[in-house]
Design a protein around this ligand. Structure first.
Ligand code: ADP
Ligand code: MG
Length: 348
């Protein structure tokens, strides 16, 4: 069975999209088959992976094919007689595929919200709450995917609620700043509410008997990522250390107790054996600095850029090689933790 991992924080700009791409690529490098799902109607992940610069390129993509999340869901959301079938993904590199986003997903979000509230009474809407999960399972089967990594949009939308609650696991990306500390507080309130809703939905006969049944299960928290700080030597500069500590405090004192109450955590032993500390940090990732531009121009993570792509010489190139080595280590350890946590959970 495919393992679905959602990257979620309702705050924007915390590196959700960048992390999905970078860690997805690293898992693929390790021989694991990964589908990247762009579930943000702004389609940043699609643009990043395909190197799109403007509107025309998106228009061409949608004109030439039905290879996107909204087209896949259309039979359910537009009450078409045909059943939903696996979406044709775009190959990114060996073992890595993209299921592109579409702006139409935000139109479906409104309908999905109504279905979440009323599907127990309105038979016509009963197929919608389970439709995302059904479509993703079908697509994963076609591609023999081990993981689907879902990049969500920065909001408390119905799409986010659905995709997060029907995932097997989730990761919370953050930046070391005031707003991320606030966001952790808020997630400690929102996620238990969503979980309660989902558990109730799982018990509704009307959703169990739907053509696309609402799936059973509770998503488990894998940990947090803290990203985009300025280092001083090997450690974050002091100004960032304060925010990192505040985020980790928020995780341990607020988020973890809230998730624990709703059974949204793995067994303690799983985190320990994956090498996570008590603060549940999967990775701390410094600012990419000038390398981010080269990475985006080449649609390649920094650690995987070739000498030709970098086009640098002398001391500059030597420094870049050092940075690449460090980012490679960080993302490799991050990917290993994901593998470890998700494998342990399956056997426990
Ligand atoms: N480690 C990093 N170093 C430098 N810039 C980064 C880093 N991670 C993300 N960014 C940049 O920060 C911005 C927001 O990141 P993004 O992944 O789009 O966040 P989100 O998906 O959470 O909104 C983007 O411009 C991205 O290129
Ligand atoms: Mg994004």
């Amino acid at each position: 069975m495919v393992k679905k991992i959602a990257l979620f924080n309702h705050k924007g700009g915390v590196s959700k999209t960048t992390t999905a791409f970078n860690v997805g690529w690293k898992l693929a490098e390790k021989g694991i088959r990964v589908i990247l799902l762009d579930a943000d109607p702004q389609c940043n992940l699609t643009g990043m992976v395909l190197g799109f610069k403007g509107y025309d390129e998106f228009q061409n993509l949608y004109k030439s094919s039905q290879r996107d999340i909204a087209s896949g869901l259309a039979p359910a959301f537009e009450s078409r007689p045909e059943p939903m079938k696996s979406v044709e993904c775009l190959p990114v590199r060996e073992n890595l595929f993209l299921l592109p986003g579409h702006i139409r997903l935000s139109e479906y979000d409104v309908t999905l919200g109504i279905a979440h509230e009323l599907s127990s009474s309105l038979v016509a809407l009963r197929n919608l709450p389970g439709s995302f999960s059904y479509l993703l399972n079908k697509t994963a089967e076609t591609y023999r995917a081990d993981y689907i990594i879902t990049d969500l949009n920065p909001s408390l939308s119905s799409t986010n609620r659905n995709l997060l609650m029907t995932s097997d696991y989730f990761i919370v990306p953050t930046n070391p700043d005031y707003f991320s500390v606030m966001a952790i507080d808020s997630l400690a309130r929102v996620l238990p509410d969503w979980c309660e809703w989902s558990v109730k939905a799982q018990q509704l006969p009307i959703l169990k008997d739907a053509s696309y049944p609402y799936p059973q299960g509770i998503p488990k928290f894998l940990g947090t990522v803290i990203q985009k700080f300025r280092p001083r030597g090997k450690d974050p500069a002091q100004a960032f250390q304060k925010w990192i500590k505040d985020i980790q405090d928020g995780i341990t004192t607020k988020l973890i107790p809230a998730l624990s109450e709703k059974k949204m955590l793995l067994p303690d032993s799983a985190y320990r054996s994956a090498g996570l500390d008590k603060d549940f940090t999967l990775a701390t990732i410094p600012d990419f600095n000038s390398l981010i531009a080269i990475s985006q121009d080449n649609q390649t993570p920094i650690y995987a850029l070739t000498k030709e792509q970098l086009n640098q010489q002398g001391v500059v190139y030597k420094q870049t090689l050092e940075s690449q080595k460090e980012f490679d280590r960080i993302f490799s350890e991050f990917a290993d933790k994901i593998i470890n946590l998700t494998t342990h959970a399956q056997s426990s």
